[in-house]
Design a protein around this ligand. Sequence first.
Ligand SMILES: [Zn+2]
Length: 286
Amino acid sequence: MKYTILDPHCHIIPHREPVWGWGPHFYAEELLETLDRGYDVMGEIKRVEKAIVMTGIGLTAVGHRTINESHEYALASVKKYSDRLYLNPIINPRLNLTDQLDTIREWKDEYNVVMLKLHPSMHNYFLPTYRPYPGEVSKKMIYPTFELCRELDVPMMIHMGEAPYSFPAQIAPIAQAFPDVPIICAHSGANNVPSNALDAILLATARDNVYLGTSWVQTPEITEMYYAVGPGKIIYESDCSPAALGQALRLVTNLHLPPPLGVGASKDEVYRMIGGNAAELCKIPL
Ligand SMILES: [Zn+2]
C-alpha cells in the first residue's frame, strides 16, 4: 500500500460559480496550495499528492456553453499541471450527447481523463428506472455515457443528495445494467440530509460496483459505512472547492482512532480510503 493521498473530487473555476454562487474564484493554483498544505494524517504531516478536478457544475447547465467552453479553464489547468491534476468531465445528457461523448473521447489522453461525471439534480433528469416511464427515455440519455465509461475503462461518479433526482437508491437500476462499470456515489447522498448516506450504504451492500464517496458525510454515517461495506468501498473526496479539504480528509483519517472516537482502522486501510481505492479505479499511478 502506497501511503499517498489522492483527492478525486475537486472543482476549479476562475470566477464565481454561476449556479451555486460560491466564489469569487478557485484557481488551479489555489487548489495546489490547498493540496500542499500540511495535514495531520495519523500523526504524520502529509500533503495531498494528486487531485481529480471538475469544472464548476453550473457552467454545464446555464449559459448555453459547449462542452469545450464549459471545460475551458479545467482543460488548460490539467494541461499545465499534468503531473498532479486529472480531469473528470461533466456530461449534461440534455445537451448534444454524441458531441460531448466524442469530445471526451478525444480528450482522454491529452487531458488526463480518468472518470466521468453525471449530475441528475443540476441537469434535471431521472436516472434509468425499472419502470418504463421515465426509464425508457432516461436509458437513451444515460446508457451511452456508461458505454463510454466501459470503452475508456473509467468509473462513473454520480452526484447524489436531494429530491427528486438524486437519492442513492435511484442508482440501483443503472448499477445493475452496467455491473462492470464502477460507480462512485458522490457525497453518499449526504450533502443535504446526512441520513441519506444510509440509503447509499444499503446500495453499496447490494451492488459490487458501487463505491461510497465521503464528502459532506458525517461521523455516525461514515462509521456505519466502515462496518457495513469495509474500507475497500469507501472513497475519500473533499468537494474542494467549495468545501475545505482538511475537514473532509480529517473525517476519514479519524477512523484510525480507537473506538469510541474512531473504528481503529489500520494505517493501510486509511490510505486505501484516502488514495488507494480511487487510484486503482481511475488507474492513476501513485
Ligand atoms: Zn462536487
